[in-house]
Design a protein around this ligand. Structure first.
Ligand code: PLP
Length: 375
């Protein structure tokens, strides 16, 4: 059994993927090319955004978003305490500070009340300039964009949606990738839309931001092209072969994979209701189910379940064992009075089960039975 079964997905899409890869090999056009252009067009259409610019990975996509926001020394960037480090890392890299906020106890996403308390605390202290908010659709579940968007507007903050885990999800009829000044995603193979290596994308409706991102991705190129460098940028692009792989996968995700993910999640939630804390998806939202995470009663029960699943050969993971404020790299950051109680509690009790659109009911039954055996 696979935690995320990329082999079965490849076999389902083999004809299209192989033909596209062969076409790239025959063209010998490995950087840029028609598949990259077509993918950007389709991704923009899928998310309802005016612009999509692909890049080398989801981490670069976030760095590009921070650069467009103009994050620099003396700035504060507000991030959820429970995420992968890529969401928060660029702040320190650009000389700014990450200010962590607690997550909600139900969606595990950025808590709007904690965000507002942290913004007010930073303003009251007067040392840092509140600059941007990174809202992460954690585990594939969209954030509360009405509340977070209103807070960003109230305090004049630049909103970045980190949709690395949520491609395919939606919030009140709008797809993940459609929120904030800039949204970013990752095509890391295990993501809901993954390629066969590294890849990422940036989304925006702002023409100027889109031009700036296209320049930043190619060493700050100017109107005269890539040897007319007008600013410091980076080298971040999606390979032609990765775009060729992503096109049939994007179609499958829209045609049936998202529905299959909902079905797998429903089967788990039906089986575990009343026995564990099952994932909560807010009214009007659809999760992309990058992960299916349960909360055990306490850390001891979580450890017992993990040990039992390991012994039974059932893949499982912990996303994430530590919140950001507890990572050695951030341990000395000021906390502005927040205690991150929800993030601490989540990280101490969470465990994730195999989740992908090709998980057969009989296989899933084995996972469910093995988890329930521990109770
Ligand atoms: C929430 C989040 N943001 C950003 C990233 C970074 O993506 P990449 O691995 O493509 O750099 C990840 C990857 O795991 C992620 O989970």
């Amino acid at each position: 059994m696979q935690f995320i079964d990329l082999k079965t997905q490849y076999h389902a899409l083999k004809t299209e993927i192989d033909a596209n890869i062969r076409a790239v090999l025959d063209s010998a056009q490995f950087i840029g090319g028609p598949y990259v252009k077509e993918l950007e067009r389709q991704l923009a259409e899928f998310t309802g955004r005016k612009h999509c610019i692909t890049c080398a990975n989801g981490t670069d996509a976030l760095q590009l978003a921070y650069m467009v926001a103009g994050v620099g020394p003396g700035d504060a960037v507000f991030c959820p305490d429970m995420t992968f480090i890529s969401s928060t890392e660029p702040a320190k890299m650009f000389g700014a500070a990450s200010v962590f906020c607690d997550i909600t106890p139900d969606t595990y996403c950025l808590c709007p009340e904690s965000l507002e308390r942290q913004i007010q605390a930073v303003r009251a202290e007067g040392k840092l300039t509140p600059k941007a908010v990174v809202a992460v659709d954690i585990l594939g579940n969209p954030c509360d964009y009405d509340a977070i968007g209103a807070i960003c507007e109230k305090y004049g903050l630049f909103l970045i949606e980190d949709a690395a885990q949520s491609f395919g999800a939606s919030y009140h009829g709008k797809r993940a990738g459609a929120f904030g000044h800039i949204a970013t995603t990752s095509f890391f193979p295990a993501k809901p839309l993954g390629c066969y290596g590294d890849g990422g994308a940036v989304f925006t409706d702002d023409d100027q931001a889109a031009d700036l991102i296209r320049s930043l991705c190619v060493h700050g190129k100017g109107p005269g092209g890539k040897y007319d460098n007008i600013r410091v940028g980076m080298n971040s692009r999606l390979d032609h072969i990765q775009a060729a792989v992503l096109l049939p996968k994007l179609k499958a995700l829209g045609d049936y994979e998202m529905d299959a993910r909902q079905q797998v999640a429903r089967r788990y939630s039906d089986a575990f209701a009343g026995r564990f804390v099952t994932p909560f998806v807010a009214e009007g939202c659809v999760s992309a189910w990058a992960q299916y995470a349960l909360l055990a009663e306490d850390p001891a029960q979580r450890d017992a379940i993990v040990a039992h699943l390991d012994a039974a050969g059932i893949p499982n993971m912990i996303y994430y064992p530590k919140p950001q404020h507890a990572l050695p790299v951030f341990r000395d950051e000021p906390h502005y009075g927040e205690t991150f109680q929800n993030a601490d509690d989540y990280c101490a009790r969470t465990f994730s089960l195999p989740m992908h659109p090709y998980l057969e009911e009989a296989e899933q039954r084995k996972v469910i039975d093995a988890v329930l055996e521990v109770l």
